[in-house]
Design a protein around this ligand. Sequence first.
Ligand SMILES: O=C(O)CCC(=O)N[C@@H](C(=O)O)c1ccccc1
Length: 365
Amino acid sequence: TELEGLELRWIDIPLVSPFRTSFGTETARRVLLVRAVTGDGEGWGECVAMDEPVYSAEYVEGAAQVIRDFLLPRLGRGADPWKAEEAFRPVHGHPMAKAAVGAALLDVWLRARDTSFGEFLGAVRPAVPSGVSVGIMDSVPELLDAVDGYVAEGYRRIKLKIEPGWDVAPVRAVRERHPDLPLQVDANTAYTLADARHLARLDPFDLLLIEQPLPEDDIAGHAALARLVATPICLDESITSAAIAADAIVRGATSVVNIKPGRVGGFLEARRVHDVCAAHGVPVWCGGMLETGIGRAANVALAALPNFTLPGDTSASSRYFATDVTEPFVLEDGALLVPTGPGIGVAPDEAVLRALTVRTEFLPA
Ligand SMILES: O=C(O)CCC(=O)N[C@@H](C(=O)O)c1ccccc1
């Protein structure tokens, strides 16, 4: 069937607590949602770009313009997710903008065929174990309180944000408090190869991995670092496609991969990254970008694929939001249930959406 148009919807959703990473602190999210309208109905996608280009080069206003001026015109009235991926290929970069449109088209395509994201992608389990990401805090006691709370909630893995000056001490404190807890760290590119000896001081704490210690374009640097530290290196920002995942793996730059559909251009490519990593015996886990229930639902379905063998940043809605845009995702025995309804299996609550909406714009195909 034909595409009638895309609705862009900007929402402001507050965070339950400030979230500090090596590139800044967030207290609320400006989120761009995309609703695809076709003759078959509608589908939803969430653009994971932040308000400012500090995680990667994309940002909300830029993504909206790329969708309006460069992606939608290339779709014409086409609504086929594969043809859309092909139509977007001449546009360089902008994976998060592409992924948001692609997810909305895939959602409406699957709803029309009464097929869930999980069935379509190849989910092999009904629930996925949840990890949780813990931001940089003002003090170690404050960090320990936060970690204790998440462990009490049942989270299966803790990820600590680190940066120079906040790394060995907080990791040591958490490890001493929780000797058997699956634990990993995320540097968000905050270190250099000169920090190798310092990062090796994390080796005694039995971490699952060190995520993206170096800048995203430094594949060779991560390969050199992997030879200098014992803890496995995991890449996030560096992995923008299945081909790049394969290159990073064969060059010894990464032995675990964080998959984020928005970072790689969409769910079709995310599955290719999963498959390439599986072919190399490299485990993957599902990263997070503080998604609302719309993006979270699709991520949970992806995280149920066979090679997602590590808990991801697929936390409960309450980790970030007092009120989610959809029915909240709730931790059950430390896991989230994979939605079974058609498409992403969830829908935004109209009243909540209206209350959070800053602006909408309908773009006719
Ligand atoms: O649980 C979540 O959704 C967030 C997990 C997380 O730490 N995301 C990090 C990241 O670098 O992966 C991030 C934080 C803020 C903005 C972008 C990314």
